[in-house]
Design a protein around this ligand. Structure first.
Ligand SMILES: *Cc1c(COP(=O)(O)O)cnc(C)c1O
Length: 432
């Protein structure tokens, strides 16, 4: 049993870190899922998939239901957060999350829909400039979107879709390789659309450098920030990114299927000639209810809106963004770096302790990742994952054997991580 001793220390160390954590109290503002085997709270590491419910969400949704009861259609103007401008309630929080000006962001639709709407505007193949670049192993929805956008222009993917892959034997992309591939495509590249944080590996891309490289060859550049928003600090405006989109239900805790966001850089804010799929909610709001036949686009990202705001769908996101505004992204990132570093060193300690091979696919450089670590336990399969799941660990399993873990600074503790590591060590000893 001697070998267990360093892992016992891990638990003590975790409790000391929690005691000194200025954000420790935030956990109480969330509903932690329960698990019978733990006689209480589960060990939740899937905030990268569905963020937990902020306690404030229920109240905000109840208020909207009450206003609907009280006012009917007049709630569009008389409710406490008038529904006619409900998307505007989210602007300040989304701008903070994105490092954007308020004009540059809007809450609307869902993520894949927004990706399509933005590609319609920013992937405009013409002449020899026809190529669309994504990363190999992109989230399936993004790849489907890219393929169908090519189809929309009558372009075949073999010649017009570039999927940039890591070097043989490597799991993540090197920025200089992305830059070189963009330069190689040159004036054939129309648009570069990568993730901000790669969902599978957890790699955070250097969006400023990638954008600069794309602009140098005359291409547009945008990012899917599903795994970046609320996870890592973003400066979309300063980085000169053309467009971006992200969902509200991962790190932003807006609830399943909630409204997503879109970013369009200020440079494109007043370009009504920029082709888009239009709807009445993107129309000049002063004249929207005059029911005019011709479209007069709003300035900024708002000009991409199509429909009136799904209020119930935005209410929980509103509640959650208030937390981000209060806590601030600097404090969140600081804790996030500490949590993930603790998880990383713990995984190395468990590997040493058990004599097993645990490989972390995510970059070791904290500047090249968010909170997530993607871990491969070599020689172990689903049985290990089941061992963890049966004992109250909620993590994510991806074939062929990657466990993705996302300790979220708003509600995960260092003790959550230590408890997980003890179960991992136990699982490695008993499973194959
Ligand atoms: C989560 C995620 C999606 C999901 O798309 P929805 O339209 O919200 O269903 C798409 N792309 C990426 C990269 C994601 O991480």
């Amino acid at each position: 049993m001697d070998k267990l001793l360093p892992l016992d220390n891990l638990l003590q160390q975790a409790r000391a870190l929690d005691a000194g954590d200025p954000l420790a109290a935030e956990r109480a503002n969330f509903h932690m899922p329960q698990h019978p085997s733990r006689g209480g709270e589960a060990l939740y590491f899937t905030g990268n998939s569905l963020g937990l419910q902020p306690r404030a969400a229920e109240n905000i949704i109840a208020e909207e239901l009450e206003d609907w009861r009280k006012f009917g259609v007049e709630g569009h103007f008389k409710s406490r957060r008038p529904w006619v401008n409900y998307q505007d309630e989210l602007t300040e929080g989304l701008a903070l999350i994105a490092g954007a000006q308020p004009l540059e962001v809007v809450a609307m639709n869902t993520l894949t829909v927004n990706l399509h709407l933005l590609l319609i505007s920013f992937f405009r193949p013409s002449g020899n400039r026809t190529q669309l670049m994504i990363e190999a192993g992109a989230f399936p929805s993004d790849r489907y979107a890219a393929l169908s956008q090519l189809q929309l222009h009558g372009l075949n993917p073999e010649d017009h879709l570039i999927e940039i892959a890591p070097r043989p034997g490597e799991h993540t992309l090197r920025t200089e390789d992305i830059e070189a591939r963009i330069a190689q495509a040159g004036n054939r590249l129309a648009c570069c659309a990568l993730s901000g944080v790669q969902y599978y590996t957890g790699q955070l891309f250097d969006m400023a450098r990638i954008t600069a490289a794309a602009h140098k060859v005359g291409a547009t550049c945008g990012f899917d920030l599903a795994h970046a928003a609320g996870n890592v600090p973003l400066k979309l405006h300063d980085w000169n990114v053309d467009f971006a989109c992200w969902c509200g239900y991962k790190y932003l805790n807006g609830g399943p299927g909630c409204a997503a966001a879109a970013f369009v850089h200020e440079r494109h804010a007043r370009r009504p000639e920029l082709l888009r799929l239009a709807g009445w909610w993107g129309h000049n709001p002063e004249r929207r209810f005059k029911m005019e036949p011709d479209f007069d686009s709003m300035s900024g990202a708002s000009g991409w809106q199509m429909s009136n705001a799904p209020v119930m769908n935005m209410a929980a996101l509103y509640a959650s963004l208030e937390t981000f505004k209060r806590v601030g992204l600097v404090a969140l990132r600081e804790k996030s770096l500490a949590l993930t570093a603790f998880l990383e060193s713990g995984i190395h300690a468990v590997a040493t302790d058990t004599g097993e091979r645990l490989e972390i696919l995510t970059p070791a450089d904290p500047a090249a990742r968010g909170c997530q670590l993607s871990v491969v336990a070599h020689g172990h399969g689903l049985e290990l994952f089941k061992h963890l799941t049966d004992r109250g660990v909620i993590a994510d399993w991806r074939e062929p054997g990657v466990i993705r873990l996302a300790p979220v600074p708003l509600y995960n503790s260092f003790e959550d991580i230590a408890q997980f590591l003890l179960l991992l060590a136990e699982g490695l000893r008993t499973s194959s």
